[in-house]
Design a protein around this ligand. Structure first.
Ligand code: SIN
Length: 359
């Protein structure tokens, strides 16, 4: 009888343990930070410490945290593996999963900030998307690495350490989504991957860095540009997908049928990575005019790495029904157009232009 009672009580205790969600049981004085891991070079493994060949997205989140000395002194950490892919394979579906999970976590009183580990190739896109759909002032920080976890002088561990320090800092509140890499803090609006391989690949050439993170010492100097997070017009609440928007890359003597082909394939909006100030050859401009006349928005961005596209510059937007991307590069302009079309598929050219200036 006694044994039966004991076993019954044991079962009840085990059940309670099993259904209690993972909580931050450690130091009550430290902030609680959740790390959402998505893969990338920071989780990559190479065949040699000095070789350049490697596979992204091999290491799990727990091993990544364990590889960073003293990181648990900065915050109480829990890790979740969202996906484990090279960031070339990050999709709209992953963005939506991340946005929903982040909003769910940040709504909790016992979550103080989020760190997302990510590949560098599309990191600025994920940062910009989240900047427009996360509904919280709490810090959301993307970190990455240019060298794999097995490389000589791997940069991932220090970037993760600094990323957690930023997410744990009071100063990061209200700054929108930021990227922390190579000791600098960059806003989601302004961050660009400017170089293919060195550790200082990320810059904000138009606006400069928001601040620095140096072995966990966090300093902010500037406010981010553009509307973001709690003040954004966009939300992913209940949304499962975004309209297709394609990018046409401009060059001398470019094929003039690309816009028509993309629309035929299902594009609901077009971004031009134009030459110079968002320009295109005559045939492509005529195709853009046809597209906008039929209700498909066309946004002029530029293939030039730095600088804004002037509204009514060499191309008079009103004549073609087009919109300038202002400061957004083609890949970020695509995200804003997808979100805008999701909200209102018949948005006027004027309203769309306002959004590109605002965000
Ligand atoms: C990737 O973007 O996943 C690969 C490149 C990198 O993380 O640096």
């Amino acid at each position: 009888m006694k044994t039966k009672l004991f076993l019954k009580s044991l079962l009840v205790i085990l059940l309670i343990i099993a259904i209690t969600p993972a909580t931050f049981s450690q130091d009550k004085k430290l902030p609680n930070i959740v790390i959402l891991a998505t893969g990338g070079t920071i989780a990559g493994e190479g065949s040699s410490a000095t070789g350049s060949s490697y596979t992204a997205g091999k290491i799990g989140i727990e091993s990544m945290i364990d590889a960073v000395p003293n990181i648990r002194k900065l915050a109480n950490l829990t890790g979740e593996q969202t996906v484990n892919v090279g960031s070339q394979d990050i999709s709209v579906a992953v963005w939506i999963t991340l946005a929903n999970r982040i909003n769910e976590l940040l709504a909790k009183d016992d979550v103080d900030g989020i760190v997302i580990t990510h590949g560098t190739d599309t990191q600025e896109e994920t940062a910009f998307f989240l900047n427009l759909v996360v509904k919280s002032e709490k810090p959301v920080v993307l970190v990455a690495a240019m060298r794999t976890s097995t490389a000589l002088s791997a940069d991932g561990p220090l970037n993760l350490y600094n990323g957690v320090a930023v997410a744990a800092s009071a100063e990061a509140h209200g700054k929108g989504v930021v990227v922390v890499i190579n000791d600098v803090i960059l806003s989601a609006h302004a961050v660009k991957k400017m170089l293919t391989t060195p550790v200082h690949a990320f810059m904000s050439p138009e606006h400069g860095q928001l601040g620095t993170a140096n072995f966990g010492l966090v300093e902010f100097f500037h406010e981010p540009h553009g509307v973001h997070t709690v003040n954004s017009d966009f939300s992913m609440d209940g949304i499962k997908e975004l309209p297709r928007v394609d990018i046409v890359y401009g060059c001398a003597d470019m094929s003039t049928d690309l816009i028509d082909i993309m629309i035929k394939a299902g594009a609901k909006g077009i971004i031009i990575a134009g030459v110079g100030d968002g320009n295109m050859n005559k045939g492509t401009l005529e195709a853009a005019k046809r597209a906008t006349a039929s209700g498909i928005p066309v946004v002029r961005a530029t293939r030039v790495p730095v600088g804004a596209v002037l509204i009514h510059g060499e191309v008079v937007d009103q004549d073609y029904g087009t919109v300038s991307s202002d400061e957004l590069n083609p890949q970020k302009a695509r995200i804003l157009l997808m979100l805008a079309l999701q909200k209102d598929k018949d948005m006027s050219r004027e309203k769309l232009q306002e959004l590109f200036i605002k965000y």
